[in-house]
Design a protein around this ligand. Structure first.
Ligand code: SF4
Length: 259
């Protein structure tokens, strides 16, 4: 007799993007078979994708703006790709499985499937693209969560600072986001020191991978009068070289500084 395997993913949003109103889909995976991602550990992963094109094609056509907004790491392919998410693998595969109708909607299987689970908000795609009420519902029903947005300057999404971290690249941006009430997660270059409010992310090469997000789960936004630390990590992964080139090319030249 053929055994029935429950789906390892569920759809929790299909509708217009909060960024540009294009159709998008948000899928949670790792429901039954957990993710083996070394940094996040056994977290449920969530994938926010343009609904019209698979992720790689969406990047090529610029339609990834519906889920990545103004993220400075967005777009580009091959050695020029800065974003650490490799689209050709997992996200493309998940998109195609969704297109075949193989993921049930979470309302059909019940929100209890995420009870006592740890969830990564936006394993690909910026959480702001999905209505905030859904992240709150996921947060309330889960054990804990982590999430990051590059849209922390956007007035429309300030409420999400209580749920996710501001993803920042420069010291200046980190200070600016902190002033706006966000906790921050910064990707720094090797010669950039920690800021007074930052600690080294424990799931990093420089911290010798002493923890994972599943255990740490500190990147869950800012509460009222939140005194917890913000975090920083050295550029890493497949986009490390491209990230360093992007950052160095956007720095003012020595001559500009002297003037
Ligand atoms: S600080 Fe903790 S939750 Fe945030 S990325 Fe690092 S390990 Fe994950």
């Amino acid at each position: 007799m053929r055994r029935h395997h429950p789906s390892n993913g569920v759809v929790f949003f299909e509708g217009p993007s909060e960024l540009d109103q294009s159709p998008i889909v948000a899928i949670a995976t790792g429901i039954h078979i957990p993710s083996m991602n070394r940094k996040t550990g056994f977290m449920i992963q969530t994938w926010i994708m343009n609904a019209e094109l698979p992720p790689l094609e969406a990047v090529r056509s610029g339609k990834d703006a519906s889920v990545c907004g103004t993220c400075s790491l967005r777009g580009k392919e091959g050695k020029n790709r800065v974003c650490y998410v490799t689209l050709a693998d997992v996200p493309n595969q998940i998109w195609r499985t969704w297109k075949k109708g193989k993921y049930p909607h979470i309302s059909k299987v019940g929100w209890s499937i995420i009870e006592n689970r740890s969830i990564r908000f936006g394993s690909y795609g910026d959480p702001v693209a999905v209505p905030g009420s859904l992240w709150v519902k996921l947060a309330v029903n889960s054990m804990n969560w982590t999430g990051y947005t590059h849209e922390w300057r956007n007035d429309n999404f300030q409420y999400l600072r209580h749920v996710v971290m501001a993803s920042v690249e420069t010291e200046k941006d980190a200070w600016e986001a902190q002033k706006k009430g966000w906790r921050t997660y910064r990707i720094r270059l090797p010669n950039e020191p920690l800021l007074p409010f930052e600690s080294v992310c424990p799931a990093s090469h420089e911290a010798e991978w002493k923890s994972s997000c599943f255990i740490c789960h500190q990147c869950d936004g800012a509460r009222f009068r939140d005194l917890r630390r913000s975090y920083a990590i050295m550029a890493h992964g497949s986009g490390k070289g491209a990230y360093e080139r992007m950052r160095l090319s956007s720095r003012p030249s020595v001559l500009t500084v002297i003037q």
